[in-house]
Design a protein around this ligand. Sequence first.
Ligand code: 48H
Length: 256
Amino acid sequence: MLDEVTITRAIVTTYLEKFSRALDLDVAIVGAGPSGLTAGYYLAKAGRKVGLFEKKLSVGGGMLGGGMLFNRIVVQDEALPILEELGIRTTAFEPGYHTADAVEAMGCLVYRAANAGLEVFNCISVEDVVFKDSRVCGLVINWSPVESAGLHVDPLTLRARFVLDATGHGADVVSRLVRKMGVRLLTETGSMMGEKSMDAHLGERHAVENTREAYPGLFVSGMAANAVFGGYRMGPIFGGMFLSGHKAARLILEGL
Ligand code: 48H
């Protein structure tokens, strides 16, 4: 006979165990889009204690919608080895261009990352960072429905040796840090340089080049990297997002 309260206790107990493990992390990733999940996969694969916080109920960020809701993505040659490693099937279109199903790509990415040990927390918004000795060293989090309902509920806090802002176009973590602390970023101007208009070729290159530390303890990847360091946008080609996540993981592993 199945018991409702045992089902409830199983959920509450194991969630709290998972949450407790995430209170002291090697790396805290914000945003479950392609770049954040790819970084999470490689960091977890390297044996690091890594947690990812996503404010939406669903994971996947901007990849699930493909281009204008046509749920296919395009990737270029350079990114193919990563897609192959993740088990994402691709079809050659024209020389240098490959396509994949956006939903399958996201499913494979989440599956491989979770299997490698990435702990994913959905419906949790990052609303601030922990800031000590001129360094970002943790996250301030709350349930996203609390935020969207405008309830006055104090957040909770976790510690991380490094934080990765993978929040896409808004570069939400870096924006909040700049707004609250008025810090000088590691950009050319010291401030957020802002995303530029569309140039697929440059945008893809910039997403990878701009993947780096934006402030001590705080790295950026994907579209957040272009928003912070001033890169072009690229539309629904996603190779740069996978490559950026891969690079973010490599740089953070060096830092650890
Ligand atoms: C928790 C948060 C918070 C927060 C936001 O936008 P994403 O898919 O991010 P990337 O950079 O991995 O991929 C970008 C790509 O999807 C894209 O938009 C492209 C290629 N655009 C090109 C173009 O020309 O437009 O995912 C970011 C995730 C989302 O799921 C957000 O919900 C989440 O971050 N997020 N999670 N706390 N404060 N802010």
